[in-house]
Design a binder for this molecule. Structure first.
Ligand SMILES: *Cc1c(COP(=O)(O)O)cnc(C)c1O
Length: 404
């Protein structure tokens, strides 16, 4: 595989920021444990290094959507934490999950049956969290279907095959604190918990809160909070407050080297479709990152506006013209002093005027989650640790997995 420095761009992930963000989240939810959600390659930050940093920051649980993500963590030696995984289809490797001591969500009757079968084959008890659809309208047992599945689960518990350790749900409007559906879901959840406890389950954890609820709705913390985006330092409620308002630091800096810098005359069209035409003689700079690397094509510039923001030579510019598959173009201005090889920051921690993933999300009409999560596989992830004395944006010296 090519070395990190062979690619003209990189995502530099500050593991100290991840650790600090988890500490901040724990302080927002002092009565709850923290499950750091590390699905989707830790929102693009690198599954194993991010998970280890989150545990160092005080998380006691990790959450993954897919079973293979959980198994990957165990195989990488992440053994000191509980892991919950919640999204699988019939035929998933549940026996491996039980053998790897991974907690499993159950959101339908077939899922319970497969977990029970997996536990029987594995010869050990499976830990189960019953997931209730309290109003999201996505995965989860409808409250009316909960009693039957609960009865079956407790029968399997009596046989020693499963142990019902959790009841949980997910919110539809957590990013809109005060929305009436949040209160409705909270009430349905409390009823589901009461039903399960009255049936004799000895629950360890009842959990409902994602990042937004962790930061804005203490009444919903229950025993465990499940932040994802905030672990990576991005605000789940940008309309309420930016990351620093919650004591968070964006952990990922996406940077590139200028590939081409050249003078062009007034009237030159830039990039596909000439959506941007330079108004005067100027200097263009080509940044070797495009939509294949996760830059949203919706963050293209046009005649009327700049596209996604970048910082170069201390200035804030925006993408000129369309975002291409592998590259974007900047209008560096007539007197630009930049040269090929100079550093460009696409998004980072927002300090010193650097743009953030949230800024890109706003230009592209999406959410910061999508911006960081879609960072392309070919962009190398490198790791630094500002807390432990390494600069946040130094030339990378470690390869992926450096946290281990
Ligand atoms: C992704 C996810 C989370 C984390 O959500 P954030 O908004 O990123 O904090 C929590 N719980 C479930 C079920 C999820 O799918």
């Amino acid at each position: 595989m090519a070395g990190v420095n062979d690619f003209p761009a990189r995502a530099v992930v500050d593991l100290g920021a991840v650790r600090g963000n988890v500490r901040a989240l724990a302080a927002h939810a002092p009565s709850a444990q923290v499950m750091a959600v590390v699905k989707a390659d830790a929102y693009g930050h690198g599954l194993v290094p991010a998970a280890l940093a989150a545990l160092e920051g005080g998380a006691t649980w990790l959450g993954t959507a897919q079973v293979p993500e959980a198994l990957h963590l165990r195989r990488a030696g992440v053994t000191g934490a509980r892991i919950l995984t919640w999204l699988y289809a019939p035929g998933a490797p549940l026996r491996e999950a039980v053998e790897a001591d991974v907690d499993l969500s159950v959101a339908s009757r077939w899922a319970l049956d497969e977990v029970v079968a997996a536990a029987r084959t594995a010869g050990r008890t499976a830990r189960v969290h019953l997931k209730v659809d309290t109003g999201l309208g996505r995965n989860g047992l409808m409250p009316g279907d909960l009693p039957d599945v609960l009865t079956a689960a407790l029968a399997a518990e009596a046989e020693g095959l499963v142990r019902v350790v959790g009841v949980w749900s997910h919110l539809a409007f957590a990013d809109d604190p005060g929305h009436p559906v949040v209160l409705q879901q909270a009430a349905v959840f409390a009823e589901a918990v009461a039903l399960v406890e009255a049936a004799g389950a000895r629950l360890e954890v009842r959990h409902l809160a994602n990042s937004a609820a962790t930061l804005t709705a203490p009444a919903l913390h229950w025993d465990l909070v499940r932040p994802g985006i905030a672990v990576y330092g991005l605000s789940p409620v940008p309309q309420v407050g930016s990351h620093d308002r919650f004591g968070l630091v964006p952990a990922m800096t996406l940077e590139a080297q200028l590939a081409t810098v050249k003078h062009v005359p007034a009237g030159s069209g830039v990039s596909y479709g000439h959506e941007y035409v330079v108004p005067h003689d100027t200097v263009l700079g080509v940044v070797p990152l495009g939509y294949a690397d996760g830059l949203p094509r919706h963050a293209s510039g046009s005649r009327d506006r700049w596209g996604g923001p970048v910082q170069v030579g201390g200035r804030r510019l925006g993408v000129a013209g369309r975002v291409c598959m592998d590259q974007v173009v900047l209008d560096l201005g007539p007197g630009a002093q930049e040269a090929a090889g100079d550093r460009v920051v696409l998004w980072g921690d927002g300090r010193d005027g650097a743009p953030t993933a949230q800024d890109w999300a706003e230009v592209a009409g999406t959410i910061s989650y999508e911006v960081v999560t879609r960072l392309g596989a070919r962009v190398p992830r490198t790791y630094v640790d500002t807390e432990r004395g390494e600069p946040a944006v130094a030339a990378p010296t470690t390869s992926t997995g450096g946290a281990a």
